[in-house]
Design a binder for this molecule. Structure first.
Ligand code: ADP
Length: 560
């Protein structure tokens, strides 16, 4: 076994120790560098820190960090520092990857670092590469045409991402040469920098992705909110885009018009929205922040005329329409205005008669006989009664509405009541009334109110029998009910009207001149009173053949 001389052993030990110390120092530096670089997630700052670390570790006069775009085969400067000054990377020309020479290109092609201690010689001898010299002002000089370079040595280290070269770091010195150790250190630093850049890139991308996701979410949330709101509101809402296509049709729009969104969406409004021409013409579109104007438009839907009130608000891409069904309100308004006209008319007739009769009686020059006077006074009495009756009806209807009317719960003999009422009314009715009632039939209710209903029904029976015909009043009973029916042979009531005649103010054909006068309140009052006595009123009728109104009351349980 050969024995080495002690001197050599010592020298060897010293060398090993020196190497180890250097390695430890390098490792320490790289660890610190890793921490330092990892602290920032902004690419510019990563380059700055990388350069700071380099400055501490290795003397240099220039640093250039370039990226390599594989698709375009282009080398672009990302960061440059020359003799103490930052140089705008945009001032350095992009380089096409050279297939033969060039130092950066060689590093990219081979993926291995390069150490060149005679840059001048390399520039002179390298035919395939393109060489530039940059000074601290950023002035770029092409080499060797513009003279020799002042760079002595250069280290070029590839930046790798998952094994692929994505860039190059160049470190240049004007005075000194570099060693393999220097290169190793730079490689370590570049590796760390590449990691930090990758992290920074990822972070930027993530931030961008997060921002766009957040923006998308905000838009979606807003849309959802709008949709929820539009769904919930009772108003119909639809959206028509500039080109005339319906893009939104909410639940209320479906309910009001009876058209489902499938029927309407993505189709031309002119084809699918009922009454579109009238809507588009009459509904003004509000474009700014001003309060939208409401337009009422009659629209024919499913054979029925609806009164819809519309507002329209312009959006950049179209118009949002909101509408409400005002048909019921309109009908009520219509009924009210009809009522006012009717009542005025109804009042005017007896008032004119009373006034005329009174004036006649007051004229001294007229020598009236006592019969004539009696006749006039009777007319005044009858017409005043009619006036009182109309007033009474109007007042009673409004008291019923306000819940101010109470009814008695007495034991009432409806048979006897019918007999008495028919006897009393007969002379005034101008029609033959037949009575079909048992001796007695006891109901629970309010005697006066039952009589009031009967009078009203008898009045109507006579009024709506212009060609005469008898009237039959019948009283019947079963275990639970007493029924009082008034049948006539008059004009009758169409099935479609049979429900409506019990509504307030409702009169069949109120505008027809041959229709007898009335307020449209009589049957409404009858129905309301019957209900308060826990009874009800109904009609059976055949137009042209007559009607039968039946009041049903609970039978009295008290011992007879
Ligand atoms: P009014 O008689 O004052 O008009 P009502 O409430 O009593 O008001 O009746 C409402 C409507 O019902 C009448 O206008 C009439 O068209 C119809 N009607 C009521 N009774 C009869 C009847 N016996 N025969 C035919 N139509 C009737």
């Amino acid at each position: 076994m050969p024995v080495e001389p002690p001197n050599d052993v010592l020298a060897h030990h010293q060398q090993v120790e020196h190497d180890l110390r250097r390695k430890a120092e390098t490792a320490q530096l790289l660890l610190d560098a890793a921490r330092y670089l990892g602290e920032t997630l902004e690419i510019e700052r990563v380059y700055d820190r990388f350069h700071e670390l380099l400055a501490d570790a290795i003397q240099h006069d220039g640093v250039v960090v370039s990226s390599f775009d594989e698709r375009e085969s282009l080398i672009r400067c990302e960061y440059a520092w020359v003799e103490g000054e930052h140089v705008d990377p945009a001032t350095l020309p992009e380089l096409k990857l050279s297939t033969a020479g060039g130092m950066q290109s060689e590093v990219i092609r081979t993926g291995r670092p390069l150490l060149e201690n005679d840059v001048g010689g390399r520039v002179a001898g390298d035919e395939g590469g393109t060489f530039y010299d940059v000074d601290r002002e950023g002035t770029v000089r092409k080499l060797p045409d513009t003279g020799p370079t002042h760079v002595q040595a250069a280290m070029m280290v590839p930046i790798k991402d998952e094994g692929r070269v994505v860039g190059v770091v160049q470190l240049m010195s004007d005075e000194r040469t570099y060693t393999e150790d220097d290169l190793e250190l730079v490689e370590g630093l570049v590796g760390l920098m590449a990691g930090a850049v990758r992290m920074a890139r990822l972070q930027t991308e993530r931030r961008r992705a997060e921002a766009s996701e957040a923006a998308a979410k905000a838009v979606a949330a807003e849309r959802e909110q709008e949709a929820r709101l539009f769904k919930a509101v009772g108003d119909g809402i639809f959206y028509v885009r500039r080109e005339g296509v319906v893009r939104f049709w909410n639940r209320s729009a479906e309910l009001i018009t009876g058209l489902s969104s499938e029927d309407v969406l993505d189709r031309a409004a002119a084809e699918v929205v009922p009454g579109w021409a009238a809507i588009a013409e009459q509904v003004a579109v509000t474009e700014d922040d001003s309060v939208p104007r409401v337009a009422r438009v009659p629209v024919e839907v499913g054979g029925r005329e609806l009164w819809l009130s519309f507002v329209a608000v312009g959006r950049p891409e179209g118009v949002v329409y909101a509408f409400r069904d005002m048909t019921a309100e309109r009908e009520l308004e219509q009924a009210k205005s009809d009522f006012i006209a009717t009542v005025s008319h109804e009042l005017r007739t007896p008032m004119t008669a009373v006034y005329g009769a009174a004036r006649t009686l007051l004229r001294p020059e007229l020598d009236l006989s006592s019969e004539q006077r009696t006749e006039l006074l009777e007319m005044i009495a009858t017409q005043s009664e009619r006036l009182a009756q109309i007033t009474e009806e109007v007042l009673l209807a409004s008291r019923l509405d306000r819940g101010e009317v109470t009814v008695e719960r007495d034991r009432v003999d409806v048979g006897e009541l019918a007999r008495g009422t028919v006897d009393a009314m007969q002379p005034h009715l101008g029609a033959e009334v037949t009575l079909d009632a048992p001796q007695s039939a006891f109901a629970t209710g309010d005697r006066d109110r039952i009589q009031q209903i009967l009078i009203n029904l008898l009045d109507n029976a006579a009024k709506f029998s212009p060609r005469g015909g008898g009237i039959t009043v019948s009283v019947s009973q079963d275990a639970d009910h007493v029924r009082l029916a008034v049948a006539d042979q008059g004009v009758g009531i169409a099935p479609s009207e049979q429900q409506a005649i019990f509504e307030k103010f409702y009169r069949v054909d109120p505008h027809l001149t041959e229709t007898p006068g009335g307020t449209g309140l009589g049957l409404y009052i009858c129905g309301e009173l019957a209900g308060r006595m826990e009874g009800k009123i109904a009609v059976e009728s055949e137009p042209g053949r007559g009607s039968t109104f039946v009041l049903e009351l609970p039978r009295s349980r008290t011992a007879e």
